[in-house]
Design a protein around this ligand. Structure first.
Ligand code: GSH
Length: 168
């Protein structure tokens, strides 16, 4: 029987991050579905596993974790020898990998999650999408940062960001 349990939802891109790490490592786990429409994430057992009442939540024996990136880091280190190698022992290479992990978490994800939630998940759940104003802000933030990161020599971030929007 699997000792690892992941509490999540197949609608959750954040939970997907944990599933992806487990599949890469070829590790058996038990998926415990959490019905967010019914508010199950604000009730036991989730609320005891994650004080913020969010998914995913994770158990490996007596270890209980939340925050998807912390969970994937644990999986990568604890199961180092299994499946795909996700941790590099060379410190300099690992530092570069960490830089882009931070870029994903702090630059890409805030805007991408907002877009996924508004344009993907909410329609699937039959919920109304937010007004266009916060959405266009998210798009602008994403495009500007994305362009600046891929063309670091450019100085006019906003103008180039807008140009990027016009190209997509
Ligand atoms: N930073 C957290 C984000 C977790 C998160 O936002 N989970 C969403 C599901 S995709 C959730 O549970 N939302 C419900 C809520 O915040 O009440 C992580 O990476 O695990």
């Amino acid at each position: 029987m699997a000792t690892i349990k992941v509490y999540g939802s197949t609608y959750s891109t954040v939970a997907m991050r944990v599933f992806a790490a487990l599949y890469e490592k070829d590790i058996e786990f038990e998926f415990v579905p959490v019905d967010m429409r019914a508010g199950e994430h604000k009730k036991e057992p989730i609320i005891s596993l994650n004080p913020f009442g969010q998914i995913p939540a994770f158990e490996d024996g007596d270890l209980k974790l939340f925050e998807s990136r912390a969970i994937t880091q644990y999986i990568a280190h604890e199961y180092f020898d299994k499946g795909t190698q996700l941790v590099i022992r060379d410190s300099k290479k690992m530092a570069i990998l960490s830089v882009w992990t931070e870029v994903e978490g702090q630059k890409f994800d805030p805007a991408a999650s907002k877009l996924t939630w508004e344009l993907g998940i909410k329609p699937l759940l039959g919920m109304p999408t937010d007004s266009a104003i916060p959405l266009s802000r998210a798009i602008s933030f994403y495009a500007t940062d994305f362009f600046y990161a891929t063309e670091p020599g450019k100085t006019n971030k906003i103008k180039k960001g807008n140009e990027f929007i016009n190209r997509v």
